[in-house]
Design a protein around this ligand. Structure first.
Ligand code: S3P
Length: 171
């Protein structure tokens, strides 16, 4: 199977869906943030603090290029990866790009207790989240081959829906 690339705002559930897809459909899950943090030997907030956002974005691009040589992956991208045009081109060469969406209220509930997302610093509230989401919406939608709303759905339900949509595209 070609790779599946999950994109979307922080807290939409990309990592959870990647894990579930990997068990349900025998794919290998790749969590980009985790791979990058492991290689740099630093947490994502520390990479942002030490080297800045552009440096981090460059690492995302390099990793997407590298992953093209593998198959049967479900790649969970960091929430900002699809904002760079070059990354979107690399994602398309990996396989199908799947945008997961959720309402700002649902996202807030999922991110409110963690401090590992430097981009949300100073705007970790429903209004701040919804403003940033609006700024990013156009780029996310332009990158996506498939869009799936995740509000009030379980992970297995989302995975089944995603698999079905992928099959429909193959027909
Ligand atoms: C970011 C999202 C994060 C992480 C970094 C930047 C963003 O990933 O890559 O903090 O700009 O949206 P998650 O979407 O997995 O939280």
């Amino acid at each position: 199977m070609n790779n599946i690339v999950l994109i979307g705002f922080m807290g939409v559930g990309k990592s959870t869906i990647a894990e579930n897809m990997s068990t349900m459909f025998a794919m290998k899950a790749v969590e980009m943030d985790q791979v990058i943090a492991g290689r740099e030997g630093m947490s994502i907030p520390d990479i942002f603090a030490a080297h800045g956002e552009e440096y981090f974005r460059g690492l995302e691009t390099e990793l997407l290029i590298e992953l093209k040589s593998q198959k049967n992956l479900v790649i969970s991208c960091g929430g900002g990866a699809a904002l760079r045009e070059q990354n979107v081109a690399e994602m398309k060469e990996n396989g199908k790009v799947v945008l997961l969406t959720a309402s700002p209220e649902v996202i807030y509930e999922r991110v409110k207790d963690s401090d590992d997302r430097p981009v949300l610093k100073g705007r970790k509230n429903i209004r701040g989240i919804s403003e940033l989401m609006e700024q990013r919406r156009e780029k996310y939608e332009a990158a996506a081959d498939i869009v799936i709303n995740t509000d009030h759905k379980t992970a297995p339900e989302i995975c089944k829906e995603l698999f079905q949509r992928l099959m429909e595209m193959e027909e």
